[in-house]
Design a protein around this ligand. Structure first.
Ligand code: ADE
Length: 225
């Protein structure tokens, strides 16, 4: 999978993909992330990328031309399955959307800044709008990083079998059960007996039960879905 991110502040994305699991995924060439500096496509000698709002009002608007120029450039290089705009008024991200998007070959993610982007970019280019939650960030970069991280770890070969994403919270609309490691007794705080029983079927049943219980207590809305 290849992801091209368009950003007015690419420095914000310097680090998130260069460590740990996503770093390994890129080294294994399972995954490629390219961050593009929108300002390089800006207009005139000041590389302008934003302008005042028609009709008045506070806040600058990201202009069409620089964004169109970079999207057209990328589209001339390869076909894209989706051009995603990160925005608080988009569809709220969940595991189902991540699973779906992780099957795509090439996607573009556009990060908004200032007040937002000229509406016509949405009409002409954007195929999907995604929000990472009901709060407003100062730009789409951190939201894009969240999306890329969630997609990267789903790609075949990125995680090993034991940590396979299939067992994550949310994969069945259920939260994950509690997990423990050594010591089995920490200052009197003991782990559940069943985990020491060596009885795999009982352990699986206990985990299923705990998953359900956790979901009922913390996220009953997931069960209604
Ligand atoms: N840009 C600003 N806030 C955002 C959010 N909550 N989700 C996605 N993109 C954003």
């Amino acid at each position: 999978m290849r992801i091209d991110i368009i950003s007015a502040v690419p420095q914000l994305l310097d680090s998130p993909f260069t460590h740990s699991i996503l770093k390994r995924a890129q080294q294994k060439q399972l995954f490629e992330v390219q961050v593009h500096d929108l300002r390089q496509y800006g207009i005139g000698k000041h590389h302008q990328i934003d302008d005042y709002q028609f009709g008045g009002g506070a806040g600058m608007v990201m202009m069409i031309e620089p964004i169109a120029a970079i999207i057209e450039q990328l589209k001339s290089e390869r076909p894209y399955d989706d051009i995603i705009y990160m925005t608080p008024d988009g569809e709220r991200l969940n595991q189902g959307i991540c699973n779906h998007l992780s099957l795509k070959k090439n996607i573009i993610i556009l990060c908004g800044h200032y007040k937002g982007i000229d509406e016509r970019i949405r009409e002409i280019y954007i195929t999907r709008e995604i929000s990472i939650g009901d709060y407003v960030l100062s730009g789409g970069e951190l939201a894009a990083a969240v999306l890329v991280d969630a997609l990267g770890r789903l790609l075949p070969g990125v995680l090993n079998n034991e940590s396979s994403a299939l067992f994550d919270s949310f994969q069945d609309n259920l939260l994950a059960p509690p997990i423990y490691t050594r010591p089995a007794d920490y200052q009197g705080h003991k782990i559940p007996e069943v985990l020491l029983s060596g009885h795999q079927k009982k352990i699986e049943d206990w985990r299923d039960e705990q998953s359900l219980l956790r979901t009922q207590q913390r996220r009953p809305d997931l069960l209604e879905e």
